[in-house]
Design a protein around this ligand. Structure first.
Ligand code: NAD
Ligand code: IPM
Ligand code: MN
Length: 347
């Protein structure tokens, strides 16, 4: 039997509430599986930043590297200036651990009432670039607070960075029944980055004649995500477009409380990190109102990544069952921990 060394970062707000539920379900699914889990919890986020002024000490980053995977809740708190924890903790982890594939699946589970009257079948995955784009912090401000202020955030797109994520997206598309890849960008305006992405998709696509390639400008992609989401199979896109599209995709498939993600290092040079798509939700934090399903499904993706798709599938099956019970009205109005209990009993 082997031991999974798991680092846990509950973080801020509802991260503190949904992460214990994900761990509860993880424990339940691992019981008797031949794999045991050894968790180390890391107190990172607003509390630590207030106490020490540090978001992510180098020593902690070093310890995190020694794990098989990281489970994260959410970071960001109204008591901390916006951008501090997001950049110095969350984005630093994604960059330092080279999470160049931000994997965000969107599935409309049976019975789930999304906002669309006739949604059709929805089952696609967004491969969001995770280490470049406008997120890199390449910018600055001049003459701040004056009428002459200038602020820039320059999107960085390297041939190396674009090629590796596009290759990953093609491999995923080739392994799926529909074998379709849609590049989402805005090459009609962002011509420099856009054409790099376009040429890269064309070149890598030549190695995958079995994969159908499509392209949409990001504005049009938001139309089709609402009017015809079934057209999507694998979407590959840059860091910022992927961020925005995956909140929309979550809304279309039943809400942000169900949307899971993985920050994946496909080369396995560092641990991958799994987290809900949602944030710390200060508006409902501390009230046991958050749906922990996204965190639980993220733990399922973590198991997939570590080669235990059988256990990941058991988590998804439990979620499907729980969601159909909700649809029947058999359950509802539950506290965060009660949803976790129900899912732990179902795996
Ligand atoms: P958010 O995702 O935290 O909340 C958006 C809305 O969705 C809120 O109304 C919230 O109550 C609701 N919501 C979110 N998760 C839910 C759940 N599990 N169950 C039920 N409802 C849920 O986004 P925001 O308000 O834009 O950001 C709040 C903070 O979180 C900010 O500091 C932001 O930077 C941070 N954030 C962090 C992450 C992350 O850690 N990965 C992701 C997004 C936002
Ligand atoms: C997400 C979040 C983060 C992002 C923020 C908090 C840095 O919105 O994980 O989707 O933009 O990637
Ligand atoms: Mn986001």
């Amino acid at each position: 039997s082997d031991t999974l060394r798991l680092a846990v970062v509950p973080g801020d707000g509802i991260g503190q509430e949904v992460t214990p539920e994900a761990l509860k379900v993880l424990d339940a699914v691992l019981a008797g599986s031949g794999t045991s889990v050894q968790t180390t919890e890391y107190d990172l986020g607003a509390r630590r930043w207030h106490a020490s002024g540090e978001a992510l000490p180098d020593t902690v980053l070093g310890e995190l590297r020694e794990h098989d995977a990281i489970l994260l809740g959410a970071v960001g708190d109204p008591s901390v200036p916006s951008g501090v924890l997001e950049r110095q903790l969350l984005l630093r982890l994604r960059f330092e651990l080279d999470h160049y594939v931000n994997l965000r699946p969107s599935t409309l589970f049976p019975g789930v009432a999304g906002p669309l009257a006739e949604p059709g079948e929805i089952d696609f995955v967004v491969v969001r670039e995770g280490t470049e784009g406008p997120y890199v912090g390449n910018g600055g401000a001049l003459r701040v607070g004056t009428p002459a202020e200038i602020a820039t955030e320059v999107s960085v797109n390297t041939a190396y960075g674009v090629e590796r994520v596009v290759r990953d997206a093609f491999r995923r598309a080739a392994g799926r029944p529909a074998k379709k890849l849609t590049l989402v960008h805005k090459h009609n305006v962002l011509v420099h980055a856009g054409h790099l992405w376009r040429r890269t998709v064309e070149a890598v696509g030549a190695e995958h004649p079995d994969v159908t390639v499509d392209y949409l400008h990001v504005d049009a992609a938001t139309i089709f995500l609402v009017t015809d989401p079934s057209r999507f199979d694998v979407i590959v896109t840059d860091n910022l477009f992927g961020d925005i599209l995956t909140d929309l995709a979550a809304a279309v498939t039943g809400g942000i409380g169900l949307a899971a993600s993985g920050n994946v290092n496909p080369d396995r040079t560092a641990p991958s990190m799994f987290e809900p798509v949602h944030g710390s939700a200060p508006d409902i934090a501390g009230q046991q109102k958050a749906d922990p399903t996204a965190a639980v499904l993220s733990a399922g993706m973590l198991l997939d990544h570590l080669g235990r798709e059988d256990l990941g599938e058991r988590i998804r099956t439990a979620v499907r069952t729980d969601l159909s019970r909700r649809a029947e009205g058999a359950v509802g109005g539950r506290r965060t921990a009660e949803v976790g209990d129900a899912l732990a009993a179902l795996v």
